[in-house]
Write a protein that binds this ligand. Structure first.
Ligand SMILES: Cc1cc2nc3c(=O)[nH]c(=O)nc-3n(C[C@H](O)[C@H](O)[C@H](O)COP(=O)(O)OP(=O)(O)OC[C@H]3O[C@@H](n4cnc5c(N)ncnc54)[C@H](O)[C@@H]3O)c2cc1C
Length: 438
C-alpha cells in the first residue's frame, strides 16, 4: 500500500512558487495553485494557521486555543504539489530570485524561486512609542492571547487574596484602541467580570472590575456608519464599560496609563490601536505606505517585479480612491487571485483582469449576542447582526472539527452562562525565596 510518506516529491523541473506565510492570504494562494503545474514551498515561522478574528475569545477565556488554530501541514496534506517548511524568512534577494530562511533548529538556507508570494501579515505598531510594548501587549498570536488570559485571570486571583491598597488598579482593565479588536475585548472582559465570574469569588465582587476603552477618535468602530457606532457604544456602556474618546494615550507604564492628563491606575493594559506591516518592504526595496505596507500594482505584483506578489495585511492597494482594509476577506481574495494568475502565467494563458476586491460587508461583535453589521445599504445591530457574524465565523474556520467544537462551546456558554477556558496553565513565579520551604 502506498503511504503518504512515500508519495513522490513534486517534480523539480516545474516552476518553483515560494509562499511566505500560511495565514489567510498565503493559504488561499496555495489552494488556488492546487492544479497548477508548479511545485510550491510554503514557509511559515509558526506551524499553524491562526483564525485571528476569534483570538479575543481565547484571550477572555471563552475558547481554548486549539479551537481556533490548525496545523498548516495538515491543512495542505492532500495537495501533493506543496511542501510545508517551518522557518522564518529573514531576507529576500529580488535580483538573485532567492530568499533566506532561518529553519527550525538554527540552520539558515537560501532558496531560489521563480514566483514569490509574500503574505506575512502585520504586527503591532506603537506609533513610535515602542517602550509601551512591555506594559501593553497586543493581540496577534496565540501566545499573546494566552498571556493576556493569564494576566486577566491572575488579576482576579490576586485581588481575592490581596489588601485593598496593594491591589489598586488590579481590577482595572484598559483597552487602547476602539476598533473591532478593542471593542470585542472590552465587551468580552465586561461579560467575564459581570456575568461569568459573578459567583466565583468570596472576598471580591468581580462585577466591580472596571473596563475602560480609550481612543483618540471621537467615536468607536470608526469604519462603521455613525449610527452603528453609537449603538455599539451604548451597548458597551450598558455592560458597564467606560468609553473615553477624543484623547490619545500619553503614557503607559507598570502602574497604568495617562490619558487627557489623568492617570488611570491599571495592572492590565491591552494594546489594540495600531498595526505595522512586516519588514518585507525593506527587503524588496519597494515603495511602502506610512504603515510600511508594500505598494502593489493592480495585478498584486511589486512594480518592476512581475514574479513577486504581495498580498493581505502586508500590502497596500487603493481601490476607488481608498486603501483596501486589513481584513481577512481582502487577504483571501488576493491570495486566490494570485494563485489563479500564476497558474495562467505558467501555462502561457492571458493574464486575468486587474484585481478587484468584492466587499461583502463589515461586522463586529460588541458582546455575547450583540453585533453590528454593515453591508452595502444594509445596517443591522443586536441579535440580527450577531447571527450572521456567528455563521460566517464558523464557516470560515479552517476545519470542520473546529467548527463543531466552537459551535458546541458557544452553545454551552449560552445555555449555562459559563466559559470553558478559565485555566491558568502556568503559575506566576513564586515569591517564596526560602529553599527549605520547597
Ligand atoms: C485580534 C484580531 C482580530 C481580527 N478580527 C478580524 C475580523 O473579525 N474580521 C476580519 O476580516 N479580519 C480580522 N482581523 C484581521 C485579519 O486577521 C487579517 O486581515 C488577516 O489575518 C490578514 O491575513 P494575512 O494572510 O495577510 O496575514 P496573517 O493571517 O497574519 O498571516 C501571516 C502569516 O505569515 C507568517 N509570517 C510572518 N512573517 C513571517 C516570516 N518572516 N517568515 C515566515 N512566516 C512569516 C505568520 O506566522 C502568519 O502565519 C483581525 C486581526 C486580529 C489581530
Amino acid at each position: 500500500m502506498k503511504t503518504r510518506a512515500s508519495a513522490a516529491l513534486p517534480d523539480a523541473s516545474r516552476p518553483h512558487v515560494v509562499i511566505i506565510g500560511g495565514g489567510f492570504g498565503g493559504l488561499a494562494a496555495a489552494k488556488a495553485l492546487r492544479s497548477a503545474p508548479v511545485r510550491i514551498t510554503l514557509i511559515d515561522r509558526r506551524n499553524h494557521h491562526l483564525f485571528q478574528p476569534l483570538l479575543y475569545q481565547v484571550a477572555t477565556a471563552e475558547l481554548p486555543p486549539g479551537h481556533i488554530a490548525a496545523p498548516i501541514r495538515g491543512l495542505l496534506q492532500e495537495q501533493d504539489n506543496v511542501t510545508v517548511v517551518l522557518g522564518e524568512v529573514i531576507d529576500v534577494n529580488a535580483e538573485a530570485q532567492s530568499i533566506h530562511v532561518a529553519l527550525t533548529g538554527g540552520e539558515q538556507r537560501a532558496m531560489a524561486y521563480d514566483y514569490l508570494v509574500v503574505a506575512t501579515g502585520a504586527q503591532h505598531s506603537y506609533f513610535g512609542r515602542d517602550d509601551f510594548a512591555q506594559h501593553a501587549p497586543g493581540l496577534k498570536t496565540l501566545t499573546d492571547a494566552l498571556s493576556i488570559r493569564q494576566k486577566v485571570l491572575h488579576a482576579f486571583e490576586q485581588a481575592e487574596i490581596g489588601d485593598a491598597p496593594a491591589t489598586a488598579g488590579l481590577l482595572t482593565f484598559v483597552l487602547v484602541g476602539a476598533g473591532p479588536t478593542g471593542v470585542e475585548m472590552a465587551g468580552a472582559l465586561a461579560t467575564l467580570a459581570r456575568k461569568t465570574m459573578k459567583s466565583s469569588f468570596r472576598r471580591i465582587n468581580p462585577a466591580s472590575a472596571k473596563v475602560i476603552l480609550i481612543d483618540q477618535a471621537n467615536r468607536i468602530l470608526g469604519a462603521f456608519e455613525e449610527g452603528l457606532s453609537l449603538k455599539a457604544q451604548k451597548h458597551l456602556e450598558g455592560l458597564g464599560v467606560e468609553v473615553r474618546l477624543g484623547h490619545g494615550i500619553e503614557q503607559i507604564d507598570e502602574n497604568g496609563v495617562v490619558v487627557g492628563g489623568e492617570r488611570i491606575p491599571s495592572k492590565t493594559v491591552i494594546w489594540a490601536a495600531g498595526v505595522a506591516a512586516s519588514p518585507i518592504g525593506k527587503w524588496l526595496k519597494a515603495e511602502t505606505d506610512r504603515a510600511g505596507r508594500v505598494r502593489i500594482q493592480k495585478d498584486l505584483t511589486v512594480a518592476g517585479r512581475r514574479n513577486i506578489f504581495v498580498v493581505g495585511d502586508t500590502s497596500s492597494l487603493d481601490q476607488d480612491g481608498r486603501p483596501l482594509p486589513g481584513v481577512a476577506q481582502v487577504a483571501m481574495q488576493q491570495g486566490d487571485y494570485t494563485g489563479r494568475l500564476i497558474t495562467r502565467r505558467v501555462t502561457g494563458k492571458a493574464d486575468l483582469r486587474p484585481f478587484r476586491y468584492f466587499d461583502k460587508g463589515n461586522m463586529a461583535v460588541v458582546a455575547d449576542s450583540f453585533a453590528v453589521l454593515q453591508s452595502g445599504r444594509v445596517q443591522l445591530s443586536g441579535w440580527l447582526a450577531w447571527l450572521p457574524w456567528a455563521v460566517i465565523h464558523l464557516a470560515y474556520l479552517p476545519l470542520s472539527n473546529l467548527r463543531i467544537a466552537v459551535f458546541l462551546q458557544w452553545l454551552w456558554a449560552f445555555l449555562s452562562g459559563t466559559r470553558g477556558s478559565q485555566l491558568i496553565a502556568q503559575s506566576q513565579p513564586s515569591t517564596n525565596t526560602n529553599p527549605s520551604a520547597n
